[in-house]
Ligand binder design. Sequence first.
Ligand SMILES: [Zn+2]
Length: 468
Amino acid sequence: MNSKTAVLAAIALSTVAFTAHSEKISLVGATVINPADGKVLPNATVVIDGDKIERVSMGKQDAATLGKQIGCAGKFISPGYIDTHIHFFQSADLFTRPDGADFNSVRPYKDEVAWVKSHVNDVLARYLRSGITSVVDVGGPFWNFEVRKTANATAKAPRVAVAGPLISSVSREKLDLGDPPIVKIDTPDQAREFVRKLAERKPDLVKIWYIVDKDHPVESFRPIVRATVEESHAHKIRVAVHATELETARAAVEEGADVLVHSVIDKPVDDSFVKLLKDRHVILCPTLVVFERYGRTFSHQLNLTPEEQKWGNPDVIASLDVTKIPQDKLPQRVKDALADPKAALDRIKKTYDVALPNLKKLEDAGITIAAGTDAGNIGTIHGPALFREFQLMKEEGLTPMQILQCATANAAKLFGGDTGAHIGQIAPGHFADLVILNSNPVDDIAHASDIDAVIKNGIVYPANSILD
Ligand SMILES: [Zn+2]
């Protein structure tokens, strides 16, 4: 190589390095909270080299090794939060689940889908504004794989893991506009074939929607669960299962499910179930917030938090006022809820009376709990819904550190893969995905939303600049 080409090569290299933002920065003097090991380090310095954490050190540092310094005295640094249960194909507005409440006469579902597809970047930014630097989409149309690609190519976005369409015991025709999020599977062979088709798209998880009712008993779908798990595991893909009854969840885990994506809500979990989850290293995501949001929206008693009101999409939030819909266009389910709002709250209470103690029992037993919201469902707001989830976890007595662990280190395990192994912790070699807080979340988990700045992939975003 002559000297001229060497210079050109050096320039080319430095350009590459710059676009890969290899700048070294240091967050100096904060209290660093690492829920993975429960350690809290006062007056610490986090050194970030490019997209990775280089080191975390205590006390005075040699300025020459720090690069650009950002003073963080009085601040608190947590790993970026991870919401392990969301759905990009749903906006959280009133029209997003016509199979549950049909508002096609107010807003055709195809218009809703078009809106969702044109607002992906908006949703991604709202996650980042909420300090959420990774999300797991646990089921949606094949279009989900494009969302993952978009997120990976977008700086102002969380990392995204996705499952494809849900393998289901029931069909949902109203959601099928050609790329359905839910696919009814009738035989084990169909299940295997569908998993092979999914595997071509390299899903992070395969999702089963194990819906049980009097026409679909637990045992009738069980061979399909078994075949789905076997085929997925043969492709080295984990299986996540929606199973909200104790016996359904037990069957799913016995058949090899790796993840349960909701709480058990019909009965208290028993010791043999707890042991089964522990022995099989199953991760459970409670999704407490979603259990109140359908009922509260339909009965006009929605309790959005200040975070949701500030950082949620305003069009989505405006749509959730059912009293704005003409009476003759209200689905019966909504009419009934409006006629008896107390019954709606009673049903929610009944669910929480089971789900919350179940969460505590599993947490106390050492089961890996990953925080998640089911955002995108009606009334469960993409991004800040996670802070309502934290409140509900706190109500049942989880400590702030336990809640942070669920939303970081544990959630990283659910995210999985090579990325999952490098998020959710403030440790050397991990991605520099961090939240800088003005007040201490270990004192009160409510402080988890007191966000000063968010760092994703080593890039610092002042919180107030993110939704501009
Ligand atoms: Zn879900």
